[in-house]
Design a protein around this ligand. Structure first.
Ligand code: SF4
Length: 458
């Protein structure tokens, strides 16, 4: 059997796409390789969000070229595909700079991979970065229940792609295209298949997931809140999540779903990016800090225990110390349970990259350190707030030691516990007893032995 190795970078959308690419190649006789060295087909599923993303892909392709030569010496051929957002952005340029590449395929065309590989077998340098009209998802084969379950008890499910918001720092609207939503029936069928295979938790994903507006039965347009109500009825699916959301698209039905659906976990990633209205306007975020804070109030009124998470960019062009302090103030006001924070770095082709008043690197680094210290104190306070409480934990995988299991709380906290009598896929009440740097530890609430601090931190 031939083997494929898909190396995926970046967001959950790419992780989902990587599995779908493996699924579309399975009927072509490709099994999944554990390492790149043993693969007859190497797919680099790239991300354009990373700093100097394209240069990093070219440098990875240098390593792939060396590997391909080595395999050739052993009489083995290797086909190389570049997929994802860098493929979309660079297109033909990849073939020009890295002739080792056989196929360049954008995120909207990976269902065509078998056909592109057949074409590449007879002529080099196939590029497909179109936004085709056909339904990509409708053409992807479903993996077997055993294959689905082998990937874990939690799964991603893409419901929406693309973005129309055009934040001035972001490449997504250019690489993933305009917003489009999958039909309700297709999403329900995929969720039912996942549940039947033993998946307990589904995270609905999209670049701007809460802008979801899919066609429902009878032709009506469904919002994400409406869709979540339907998915919550699927037997076996115990937990629902969604990411990533834009504050402008948190409508009343979605906020009400947090109040009404026990299956919808009390965790929301709602990026704000900055706390200064001047900078938010320059980012074209289409919301101010006050709008965001009022929105948080409404969400917390609907679901008081909800854990909020965000993305932050520090050192956006024109950001001064006063703007940065506005960000710190907003963080203190919201008290985020977790967050991702980055220094601004220009992405070629985006409006912000053309702005003159770029912030010096030292100032960015200094602000990022201060912001991260502030975010860490709120994360620790949130985690301490769960000490002594009993929370339901979905057991996802074995821990590092025999008898230990690792899972997730409703608030997306990693939890470790000694629970040799339990199985992956169980959802159990756990009393939280302490915390390591990046995870909590606890004991089953029925009194089974608890994890030691040392074992949880390892
Ligand atoms: S809403 Fe998100 S995906 Fe869309 S442009 Fe802004 S940062 Fe990018």
């Amino acid at each position: 059997m031939k083997k494929v190795f898909v190396k995926s970078y970046g967001c959950q959308m790419n992780a989902y796409d990587a599995e779908r690419m493996a699924d579309v190649l399975a009927p072509e006789g490709f099994g999944e390789a554990a390492t790149m060295e043993e693969a007859d087909l190497i797919v680099l599923n790239t991300c354009h969000i990373r700093e100097k993303a394209a240069e990093k892909v070219y440098s990875e392709l240098g390593r792939v070229r060396a590997l391909k030569r080595e395999r050739e010496r052993d009489g083995r051929s290797t086909t190389v595909v570049v997929a994802g957002c860098v493929a979309q952005a660079e297109g033909q340029e990849i073939i020009r700079r890295a002739p080792v590449v056989d196929v360049v395929v954008g995120p909207q065309s990976y269902h065509r991979l078998p056909e592109l590989l057949h074409r590449a077998a007879t002529g080099r340098g196939i590029v497909d970065t179109e936004f085709p009209l056909e339904d990509k998802f409708g053409r992807l084969p479903a993996p077997s229940p055993a294959k689905t379950r082998s990937r874990g008890v939690s799964a991603f499910l893409t419901v929406q792609e693309g973005c129309d918001k055009f934040c001035t720092f972001c490449v997504v609207p250019y690489t993933r295209g305009a917003e489009s939503s999958r039909p309700v029936a297709a999403i329900v069928a995929e969720a039912e298949r996942l549940a039947a295979a033993g998946i307990r938790e589904v995270t609905l994903i999209g670049q701007n997931v809460n802008a979801y507006h899919g066609i429902g039965p009878g032709g009506a347009v469904w919002s994400l809140g409406h869709l979540l109500h339907r998915l919550a009825d699927i037997p076996g699916l115990a937990r629902l999540r969604y990411t990533t959301s834009h504050p402008r698209d948190m409508d009343d039905t979605l906020i009400a779903a947090h109040r009404d659906l026990p299956a919808l976990m009390p965790y929301l990633h709602l990026p704000v990016q900055a706390g200064s209205d001047r900078i938010l306007a320059a980012m074209n975020r289409q919301h101010g800090s006050d709008t965001y804070l009022r929105l948080v109030e409404r969400i917390r009124a609907a679901r008081p225990d909800i854990a909020l998470s965000s993305d932050f960019i520090v050192g956006f062009p024109g950001e001064g110390e006063a703007d940065f302090r506005d960000t710190l103030r907003l963080v203190d006001e919201v008290r985020f349970a977790s967050a991702f924070s980055f220094k601004y770095s220009p992405r070629p082709g985006t409006p912000a990259a053309e702005l003159n008043d770029q912030v010096p690197e030292e100032a960015k680094a200094e602000r990022l350190a201060r912001l991260q210290e502030c975010l860490a104190s709120h994360r620790q306070a949130f985690n301490r707030g769960t000490f002594g409480r009993i929370v339901e934990v979905l057991l996802e995988k074995p821990g590092r030691h025999p008898g230990q299991l690792a899972g997730k709380s409703p608030y997306l906290q990693a939890v470790h516990l000694e629970a040799a009598h339990l199985s992956v896929g169980d959802i159990v009440p756990v009393r939280i007893t302490g915390a390591a740097t990046n995870s909590l530890f606890g004991e089953t609430a029925d009194g089974a032995a608890g994890a030691s601090r040392a074992s949880a931190a390892a």
